[in-house]
Write a protein that binds this ligand. Sequence first.
Ligand code: HEC
Length: 169
Amino acid sequence: MRTLPIFIILLGIITINSCSKDPETDSDDQTKMFTDNDVLEEIRNNTLFFYQGDTATLSAAGNSPHGTFKLLFNQTALDALGADGKLAAGDTFPTGSLVVKDVIRNGNTSFYAAMWKQPSAENANEDWLWYEAFLDGSLLVSIDAKGNGCIGCHRANTNRDFVNSFDLH
Ligand code: HEC
């Protein structure tokens, strides 16, 4: 009967092991993977709302490299804005907020520049996914670049959660 205690100990080890693999306690499960296509679909499949309800094309301001554009928000982002259509200084956007710049060339949208707030995304930087692509999804800047080439400028507006337009337009 000397095998019985050993069996019980083994059973205990197996139980402890399987408990420690509980997904809720596994920190790896806190990060999510998003793809460039996820961003494209988010842009395409959402109702987007114009900045301050104005459909006019805006001219690039400040040090903007983006050219003329229209600025749009999904419902989640819109809900965070005040009556003046701006994010209050010091405030932050909630997870899922999407800010899209339709960059206009010759009267039409030429490409999208987008910020999608996904703090738990592995490829997020400063809690945002940073993306630029033509309308068919051909990439200018992948989210896997983690905002390299974007954040340098957008950091000027940390008090508005990295969104520049509220102080310029
Ligand atoms: C040289 C500075 C600079 C760089 C680099 C830059 N941006 Fe911007 N961005 C701006 C400015 C300034 C605005 C404000 C609107 C305007 O007048 O263009 C802006 C606006 C935006 C907006 C609309 C929301 C907002 O902040 O007003 C998005 C989305 C955006 N940029 C995405 C990107 C992405 C993605 C990249 C990198 C691929 C990037 N930007 C690189 C300066 C920059």
